[in-house]
Design a protein around this ligand. Sequence first.
Ligand code: GLN
Length: 487
Amino acid sequence: MTTDHDQLTIHEAHRLLEERRFSSVELTRACLDRIRYLDERVGAVVTVTEELALRQAAEADKRIAAGDAGPLTGVPMLVKDNMCTRGVLTTCSSKMLESFVPPYNATVVDKLEEAGAVIIGKANMDEFAMGSSTEHSAFSPTHNPWDLSRVPGGSSGGSAAAVAAGEAIFALGSDTGGSIRQPAGFCSVTGLKPTYGRVSRYGLVAFASSLDQIGPLTQDVTDCALVMNAIAGHDNRDSTSAPIPVPDYTQCLNGDVKGLKIGIPKEYFVEGMQPEVEDTIRAAIGQLEKLGASIDWEVSLPHTRHALAVYYVIAPSEASANLARYDGTTYGFRYKDGESMWDTMEKTRQFGFGAEVKRRIMLGTYALSAGYYDAYYLKAQKVRTLIRREFDEAFEKFDVLVTPTSPTVPFTMGEKLDDPVQMYLSDVCTLPINIAGLPAISIPAGFADGLPIGMQIIAKPFAEETILRIAHAFQQATDWHEKRARI
Ligand code: GLN
């Protein structure tokens, strides 16, 4: 193969596959080779599905030859390891599910297979998606391809790092409080968290069910639209998925942002934020202004400052309920030498879960326990409503809100591992969006000393098209998204 495949987007790969410049089998082999060559250092992939991938690629080549190829047909990709893949390990990067092989596919996986995408493996993550650095993987941490001594963000750090390193052309991630956008920002790729209910969660291992969403991590906004076309939509098997028709997300990529109203909420330029991040995002917003959008720099969302506290009551509460199923009786790890049923359950959880997961379970169990429920969980739900209303009001005036994705550039590995609150703070800009169930994207907006900085664009529910339109216009006018990590 002559093409430098790690430069390829989905739309470029599609064109070259259609032109028979290479086959899907060749492209797939190239990605598999790159994983073999690079992943010892990056640590983005937990399971390589070589046989399955080559079979799917051969099928894709037949479809291409028959003139029956869609935009994703034959394109190699990774699935975050918390989405069920039939016959393929789905570990959530946890000892608890180290040998779990699901008998069914997540809906998104079915949809991607129907579209002809080639699944080359499963991406590393923080255990059960709890974390912001992918250092909480029970297997090994993932490294940032831009600087291997730094974290790629999390919890979809494997997905983001793999795309940034050219190990896969795109990946799926999940986002409960920032886990698609923050790693996208840290690895200089494009990551969209769709509106809650836009994409089916069937087959996604649940972390916090009222917050979790699946979305794409890609090289650019066009690719993001192509993946959304394939995965969005109602699903009878997920009662929280919305019965709202799916538009063709590529239709809104028309470069036209003239007259769009953009609000800049000042609370997102938080105290303690890295000055280079603030400068870069202000410059990027200036670019949007040049393209014809009107900017209001003085928007205020005062309830935002409670979002972190609300999240760390609601998410652990839901997690403590969702993770109760891992008790050694149904599936996953089971402690062998228990003295009684209770002892087996206790030890299963003691040895099966890592420290961060246990911390969340304890926080959640406490917040839900008798006497504390009203003070913590119920109160958090009330504040959640206030946060959502505040966004509703803002979207009466503005088409989108723009903020940094994170307050800092990627931090050094180990830096925040012993300080959970510092780790939690790296999601201050992304968490409120999940609390309100909104769609938001992170796109590359610049660098500080060679380290990526992401810009977040937020819209009202089901206005993904507005986000994609603005993000695409930005990418037409800039080349941050074309810069590739050289490793
Ligand atoms: N970092 C946040 C947490 O640890 C968000 C994780 C996520 O979005 N899955 O909970």
